[in-house]
Design a protein around this ligand. Structure first.
Ligand code: GLU
Length: 453
């Protein structure tokens, strides 16, 4: 029999974000006023597009495109990272900004959502070129960012150095003012907070650990001895691999943009890291078997951590995912079609807006530290992050259990409330539970504030 042609899938991140939002609405506690509010809550409040002329090292001028989207400020000022990546575009930044709104709401920190990006390939840029792009971008954004309006942070291919340049540029434009709170993820010796670098990974691990302890994952009760596969060896993936290994898990596979490595007995992560430092990739680490970039997603394991890009687990490969728990350390790694397949296979998924929120939680701590002129110890950051992540995981799981148990009631309530809308046919998953929690909190804030004027 010839193989069936793959089903085409809409991979536009903004369409996916809208789908996830709409799927959650029927489960929001208070449905009153939803018809208008849903549009208000999904559309970004502001989209800034800028053109950035930059002098390159060879003296030529090159033009880059930059974006900053302020998605929603119902619960506080905008918050979210800036990524430097070749495929950045408006729809991607809009999706990522909306995910930030839900992320901040699900972990209950007083921020709305925002995101930024510059379309560029940092692997082909010198440090000086990257700095000039950053400074020009911040100058072009002007007062659309600020300590009380919209606060950037690191994301893919930006780091504490980039945040230092953002701070410095903003501070040059706003002399004689306190500006440290304009950006988070700064170097520790420039108003940064200890533990921000590992925060995304540490938050993912706290979520996984707590879900296991609460009995959310059939057949898996602890991290110790769990077999783990990680896609990505950047900030989130690399730290997650080390933290889990140090907790007694067996990390059998990791990958980067060039490929992956596998070792059934467990990887020597120090050796993998040393090899990447030396050659630029994990591929070829002695004593490992080479697998593809997406090969990590199909490794038989207990915990799978996609920690790279959007749209990695799709209709094309979801059937071959063989794990008990997916922890989305990346933003948007799983498509809606793949969500359905994973659920039908009994795989539990800790969704991105919960699982990778550790980064923004510690960004929040950094912002508070800056505004209050405080300096927090790493042990304090660690303990407070754990409290936030455990609580959010527990709240999402409670919502998940409630809406699953009472599914027919939710179906009937929705049919009655919005007869013209699509009926809900499939049972909710943890993503829907997390989204319903987050969207419900944003709607409650809007209801309290009312519509101006
Ligand atoms: N870029 C990170 C994220 O996607 C962190 C955002 C922040 O710290 O503001 O969550």
């Amino acid at each position: 029999m010839p193989k069936a042609a793959p089903v085409p899938e809409d991979l536009n991140p903004h369409h996916i974000a809208r789908h996830q939002f709409e799927e959650a609405i029927p489960y929001v506690d208070d449905l009153k006023g939803w018809k208008g509010v849903s549009q208000w809550l999904f559309e970004p409040e502001r989209v800034v597009k800028v053109t950035l002329p930059v002098v390159m090292d060879d003296g030529e001028v090159r033009v880059f495109r930059g974006y900053r989207v302020l998605h929603n400020t119902a619960r506080g000022p905008g918050k979210g990272g800036i990524r430097f990546y070749p495929t950045v575009d408006e729809d991607e930044v809009k999706a990522l900004a909306s995910w930030m709104t839900w992320k901040c709401a699900v972990v209950d920190i007083p921020f709305g959502g925002a995101k930024g990006g510059v379309e560029c390939d940092t692997t082909k840029l010198s440090t000086d070129e990257k700095r000039r792009i950053t400074r020009r971008f911040v100058t072009s954004l002007g007062d659309t960012i600020g300590p009380y309006t919209d606060i950037p942070a690191p994301d893919m291919y930006t780091d504490p150095d980039t945040m230092a340049w953002i701070y410095d540029t903003y501070a040059m434009l706003h002399p004689n003012a306190e500006n440290l709170g304009v950006v988070t993820g700064k170097p520790v010796d420039l108003g940064g907070i200890p533990g921000r670098g590992t925060a995304t990974a540490q938050g993912s691990v706290f979520v996984a650990e707590h879900l296991l302890a609460l009995g959310a994952v059939p057949g898996l009760s602890q991290i110790e001895d769990a077999v783990v596969s990680v896609q990505g060896f950047g900030n989130a993936g690399r730290h997650a691999a080390f933290i889990l290994r140090d907790m007694g898990a067996k990390v059998v596979a990791v990958s980067d943009s060039k490929g992956g490595v596998f070792k059934a007995k467990g990887l020597d992560l120090e050796a993998v890291e040393a090899h990447k430092k030396e050659t630029g990739s994990v591929v070829g680490t002695p004593g490992t078997r080479r697998i593809g970039v997406k090969g990590t997603l199909e490794v038989e394991c207990d915990i799978l951590i996609p920690a790279a890009l959007e749209n990695q687990i799709t209709l094309e490969n979801a059937e071959r995912v063989s794990t008990k728990l997916v922890v989305e350390a990346a933003n948007g790694p799983t498509t809606p079609g793949a969500d359905r397949i994973l659920a039908s296979k009994g795989i539990v998924l800790a969704p991105d807006i919960l699982a990778n929120a550790g980064g923004v939680v510690v960004s929040y701590f950094e912002w508070v530290q800056n505004l209050e002129h405080e300096q927090w110890e790493e042990s304090v950051v660690h303990a407070r992050l754990r409290t936030k992540m455990y609580r959010a995981a527990e709240q999402v799981l409670t919502t998940y259990r409630r809406i699953t148990e009472r599914f027919p009631e939710y179906q009937a309530r929705w049919r009655q409330f919005m007869p013209e809308a699509k009926a809900i046919t499939h049972k909710p998953d943890m993503r829907i539970a997390a989204m319903a929690t987050a969207v419900g909190r944003c709607k409650a804030a809007l209801d309290r504030r009312g519509v101006w004027p």
